[in-house]
Design a protein. Structure first.
Length: 104
């Protein structure tokens, strides 16, 4: 069970991190629009693409499910990380308790 949880934690962490990274980069580019040519007409397509990517639409296609999937990955990553941390702590605690009882 612990091995499967580690695999799930690793995969969701990677997928979620990529999605969050894309959202963060597009958000930064939207905050600093001069980097993507905000004042020029030639770069308007790039600005529209980045805004669509950040808001969950590319062209006429809704990709809100991608951001939802990223959020779900982050939730799974958090829960599995907490579970693995607690499990490790409990295992160490139980081992110390057994050693103490063994030496008594």
């Amino acid at each position: 069970m612990y091995r499967i949880l580690r695999i799930v934690h690793r995969v969701t962490g990677l997928i979620g991190a990529i999605i969050v990274l894309i959202m963060a980069i597009s958000g930064l580019l939207l905050n600093h629009r001069s980097l993507i040519g905000y004042n020029s007409d030639a770069e308007m397509k790039l600005q529209n693409f980045i805004f669509g990517l950040h808001s969950g639409t590319v062209g006429n296609v809704s990709i809100v499910w991608v951001t939802d999937f990223g959020a779900i990955c982050m939730i799974v990553l958090s829960i599995s990380g907490i579970w693995m941390w607690v499990n490790t702590r409990m295992t160490k605690h139980n081992q110390l308790k057994r050693r103490k009882n063994y030496h008594e």
